[in-house]
Structures are given as C-alpha cells and as structure tokens.
Write a protein of this length. Sequence first.
Lengths: 231, 302
Amino acid sequence: MAEIVCVGKTTRDINVEIKRLIARGETDIRVKNPGARHNLGVAILESVELTFDGSVGYYCAGMIDGPTVKVRGSTGWGLAESMMDGTVIVEGSAGNGAAASIRGGTVIIHGDAAARLGVSMKGGLILVGGNCGYMAGFMAQKGTLIVCGDAGEAFADSMYEGICFVGGSIAELGNDAVIEKPTAEDLAFLESTLSRYLPQKIEIHDFKKVISGRKLWNFDKDERAVWREAL
Amino acid sequence: MCGIVGFLDKTSNEGTTVGQTILKMLTALEVRGPDSAGVALFGPPENSGFVVRVKLGEHGDFEEKGTFIAKRVQEFGSVGEVKTTAEYLRFVIDLRGEPTSLASFIESLEDGIEVVSMGRMLEVVKQVGSPQNLEATYGVSAFLGTHGLGHTRLSTESRVDLSHSQPFWAHGYPDLAIVHNGHITNYHKMRRRYEQHGVKFYTENDSEIIGVYLAERLSQGLTLRETLDASLIDLDGSFSYLVATPDAIGFAKDPFAFKPLLFTETDTFVAVATEEIAIRSAFDGAYEVREAQAKDVRIWQR
C-alpha cells in the first residue's frame, strides 16, 4: 500500500502523486487528510484501489474508467461525474449532481445524496443508502438508480429509459414517471445488490419501481397536455 | 460564485474566537470571491447601548470625518469608544430614541456616508479585496463573540465597492445580518414595491433585498422560522443565504437547489459553508458534513 499525506500539498501535487504511484505499479493507494479539496482522483483509467481518508470537495473521481475509489467522509458537487466504469463508494453523504451522466460502473453512497442525483445517466448503477434530493434521475437514458430512503420532488423526471427503485416515500414524481410493482426478479436483484454494497440491512418489501411512461418519446398532438406540463 | 460561511458556538456565553474562526473559513473560500470580503460578528451584548459602524465614504480625511460625526451624534445619547480605522468609524452610543432616526441623521451629514451596522451585538466589517486584507486592516481575528457570518464576493451584476460588499445589515433593524450566494431574479419588482413604501436602498446589489425582506417579515411579528419559510415563496431565483440574529443563525436554500450549501452540527458548534473545505479548514476532528436539500430551512438557536 502506498500513502499520500495531503497536508501542505496542492490539489495538483496530490493528483500528480496519485498518477506517479499508479505508473510505478501501485494498486492500493491511500490519501490521508484530503481536507475536502476539490478535483481529487479525476480521470483515472487503471483498475487500482484509491482511498480518501476523509471528506473530499467537488468533482471527485470524475471521468474515471476502472478504479475503485473510496471516500471515508462526504463529497461535494459532481461526484464521479461522467464515469465510464469502476466503483465509487462514499461512506458519508454526497452533494448535488452525484453520478451525473455516468455511462457505466457503480456509485454507492451510504448516506444521503443532495439534488440532481444521477441526472442524464446513460448506464451503470447508483445506490443511495439514505435519501435523495430534488430531481434525481432527470432525463436518464439507461442504468439503475436505487434510493433506499425517501426521494425528493421531480423524481425520475422525463426519463427516456432506466429503472429506479425507492424504498421510502417519493415527494413528487417527475413528468412521465410511472410507478409499477417490482417483479420477483427485481426483488431478487435488490436483495443481492443491497446486501452486497450496503453495511446496513434494509428491508426490500416496500420498494417501489419507477420507470419511464414513454409518453415523451414521440410527439403526439393528442398528448399536447402532457407536453405542456413537461416543457 | 461567491462564498458564504456561518458559525455558531454552543459552549460559551462569554465569547470564543469567532473572528478567527470565520476568517479561517473565509480564507478557504477566497477563490470563490476575490472581489471583496466581509464578516458580521456577534459579540457579548453591549449593555451600555448600540455599537454603530459607519462607512465614511470613498475618499477624504477619514479621521476628521469620524471625529465630526462622533461629536454630532451626541445629541442622540452619550457616546464612547470612538475609533476610526481606515474608512470606518466605530462608536458605542447609549441611544435615546429610534435606531432609524440615528442612522438617517448620520447619513444626512455628508454624501457617501452609510451606517453599515447597528446593534447591541452585531458588527459588520467588509471591504474590497481578500480576507487577508480584511484581517490586515481591521484585525477581525481578535474579535470575541458567539456567532457570525462571512462572505467572499464575485461580483456579477453590480459594482465592486464597500457598500456593495456583503454581509448586509438589514438597515434600520438592529442586529440582523445576511450573506447570500446566488441571484434574486424578482429583485427589481420587489425593490419597486419597497421603494413605493419609502424603503431606502443603498446599493444595486440584489442581495440587499434579502435583509430588507427579512426585516419586514420579522417586524410583522413572524418568527425567524416563519420568515425563512415565507422567503422560499416570495424570493425567486437562485439562493443559499444565511441569516444571523442576536441568538440564532439560520439558512434557506432555493427550491431548485441551484447553489451549494453544506453544514455540520456537533455538541460544541454549528458550521455552514458553500464548500466543505471551509469547514475542514477551521475545525479538526471527526464530524459529518452534509449538503442542504432544495427548500431546506434550518435554524440554530443559542
């Protein structure tokens, strides 16, 4: 295991050090006292394990493809934005826009996620142990979003595709979001996913499934009212 | 952009190093707002009267102006602790009469003079430049107190000068201050309505309206919570703002969660900031920080 101590270092120093250690062949890198600095661990394309021993700031683990990034604290805005593949685990809570536009990989948040979780996601899996805020899953095109607690307003608004599960209450469904009963297969998937990724045991019986009503896929003049509402 | 911070100490009534704490938090957010920096600090109550901080204009002999004003205000009460530092006059007055009358009187003495804060506990210090400059000029880190707010400004709509900097004191309403990150889009409409009712505006900065609005609601008898809840409906646009009164700090976040705001509460303190880095720069140890949700309103009472 290799260690980077952040005290006295700039963000650039730390990121350069991470890249240098990866180039040297290190596969387990621990970053001590990140102090909520921004832009840490961005664009890492190797299958290494990178652990931040504390909170990180904005845009942590953005544009990654392959690594496992752990945050032993909370994160600011834009966690794992546009990631291609890999795993990101946050032990605390995440700020706005977590896992926005991801194309693959897995983002696990043990605590809460703030507004705009997983907007425009195009693949992958997002799992939140707590609650999520306003407008999660907005315009999602593919992938799975699981929220074990309560979801905020405009949930799953204008989704193209993608599947959402919510364990608690939904403050308000977004445009063209439709609730349906999870299948036996869905429940089996939830059971295995939650027990695999979350430290706490969560009952899955009351989980709701939310999918796209597909009414916004094509314009139909008979559905003018739906469009007026959506736009 | 802009950076806002708030801190409330839960341990002591005598006052902790609130100036130093706010300054540390603010320094971490300097990159969000290089145009100006300011603090609103709440000290132990000034039993002998009101603390008044006056901006003495942009130019001229500040010492001379300060002495002149301190002399003239004696007709409102006995005056002590008179001190002029850079463009500020500070004094304590055992006020007879209304705070608004005193403020109007001071501001009528010369163009460019503005009462920046007034209250039994509140002191606002702000200026163009960085938090370090603020410290170098006014030594804000030496201030002892119980809670406070801070602001670093990146100007987007209005000019860069002392008056347009934040925090804003809610003019005329003692001991009420706000800091704001965002943009109030119905500002012009609201301002016209207030001006028709005779409210004076000191700047072209949309954030100023928040103080005016909160003061109006509180004067109508609403509690601080009711006031902040009402602001979510009455204010349009993007905002995370913090408010401080003699015994509380609180925040409200707009319904679309456009602007960041993170907070933490422990047994000994409450800290709120635009970025977690500000909180981590000021406080060691283990505590959890979370982002506020859309429409969140929170108040911490001392």
